[in-house]
Design a protein around this ligand. Sequence first.
Ligand SMILES: *[C@@H]1O[C@H](CO)[C@@H](O)[C@H](O)[C@H]1NC(C)=O
Ligand SMILES: *[C@@H]1O[C@H](CO)[C@@H](O)[C@H](O)[C@H]1NC(C)=O
Ligand SMILES: *[C@@H]1O[C@H](CO)[C@@H](O)[C@H](O)[C@H]1NC(C)=O
Ligand SMILES: *[C@@H]1O[C@H](CO)[C@@H](O)[C@H](O)[C@H]1NC(C)=O
Ligand SMILES: *[C@@H]1O[C@H](CO)[C@@H](O)[C@H](O)[C@H]1NC(C)=O
Length: 461
Amino acid sequence: MIWWLLVAFCSLSHSELLSTTIGTRNAELRQRFIPPAESAVNSGTKFMFSFLNSHLASSLLPNDTEILTVSVTNPSASSANIVITSPWPGFHQMSFSVASGASQMVTINPPSIQTNYMDPEFESVVIENKTLTLISSQPVFVVTSNTHADLDHMDKYSVIPVCQLGQEYNIVGDESSMASRLKSSNIFTVIATIDNTVVSILDYRTSGPINYTINTGQQVTLATFWYTTNIVISASNPVAVISGAVCGYGYYNQYECSQETVMLYPTNNYGLHVPYYKFLPEDFGEVMVLMQENNTNVFVDGVQVVTGLSVFQYIILQFRTGGYITANNPIYGLAIGSTNANNQSGPFFAHIPAQKNFINSPVTFPVAQADNEKSLSNYARVVTLIGNIGFIQLDSYVPNGLVYTRMGRSEFYFIDIPVQPGVHTVSSLNGGFFSVTVYGFGTITSYAFTPELDLQTSGSC
Ligand SMILES: *[C@@H]1O[C@H](CO)[C@@H](O)[C@H](O)[C@H]1NC(C)=O
Ligand SMILES: *[C@@H]1O[C@H](CO)[C@@H](O)[C@H](O)[C@H]1NC(C)=O
Ligand SMILES: *[C@@H]1O[C@H](CO)[C@@H](O)[C@H](O)[C@H]1NC(C)=O
Ligand SMILES: *[C@@H]1O[C@H](CO)[C@@H](O)[C@H](O)[C@H]1NC(C)=O
Ligand SMILES: *[C@@H]1O[C@H](CO)[C@@H](O)[C@H](O)[C@H]1NC(C)=O
């Protein structure tokens, strides 16, 4: 049996933290998996992923369709040969090459390759064959985009290479689904990378885990009207997990919906220090925080805001600007984009890199061509420690340290650098560690993705 508890209270001790909300989901067990031995970064040569549905078969939008794209960016010195396959019947194998230093965007057809397309199976788990497998001859960075044909309702996510996938994940979903007029909103899919993988979904309407055995490239998908945050996925082999909402509302504007998507990273990548600041042009910021251990105390700017949280609880923090979120045990921060009072921007999901996920090697990423998308304002957000400000370079531009903004009461500073369509590289001139979040917004639309996080890696990428 599932139950749900929401307790909202205000934190009076801080001017920047507007509210703290605790969510709970019951569950009986949580499996522990030994993390892979070494930690490394980056792009890879094998990726398995899917597009989450963005098409509710609503009578409101009968003729809607979606543009699904995959952008492959090649930071390596040689040209990369790419092959994309899928067992989905309407999909035809794609082969192309991406020159050194270039990015190539391809359109994926048919739109019915989206998981639970048009939402026929909401509220029940389905096994599907909609996985895309991308193999590259060189390490590349892969980002997907799902946009309605009217160039609205979009989100993007970075595809984590198979070598950085894991066996335990916590799902994140939109929390405003109860306000939905539509059939389902939250959706996730779990993709097997190895045959005979047992996927256990813990705590969805049951007192124990429900297991599904799937083969390579198959997936377990659940679309639901209900909350999904903190459902625990565990699997007998590494799996890819994509989580989000078909039609997220963000928290601020309950009446405009837009896809929210993120490819999750395994729980063993959570970290203790999570600096956050709201994104342009939000009126205020929203962060969801999940736990890796029981008895977790969460602090904002050094002040304890919640104590003794269990792995089955999570919190939603609302900030006027930003704050430094820390804990005694590893936590995961997810940013939720929202629309401002002037209808700018929209819902998105974005990992908030913990200090543990920062890297110091160059990050190369694409910004899509303006003629392919509504005219969006695009930014690269760079976060780093105070000692590195003035030493971070985007292409040939080195922002002065004075233009950075402090993130709460922390040693972390960020800058939002406007970026034009094309390929960009962020690098560190002093070997300092940093993170990059790429995001863009227009009228009631937005996207965000985080290229190149430092995640646990097994084998060779
Ligand atoms: C949907 O497409 C059909 C066929 O092209 C058209 O007759 C109908 O008017 C369209 N409906 C809407 C709501 O645009
Ligand atoms: C998926 O593929 C498997 C193996 O080829 C097949 O048995 C199954 O019927 C397919 N499922 C769907 C929903 O197409
Ligand atoms: C589900 O899978 C887990 C992990 O593989 C296993 O421990 C458990 O016994 C399975 N449960 C059932 C009902 O098969
Ligand atoms: C957290 O506590 C619950 C009981 O409240 C226990 O079942 C679970 O195994 C604990 N999880 C961890 C990660 O310690
Ligand atoms: C925002 O959009 C809503 C619905 O489309 C509209 O009613 C409202 O007037 C818009 N607000 C502004 C400030 O443009």
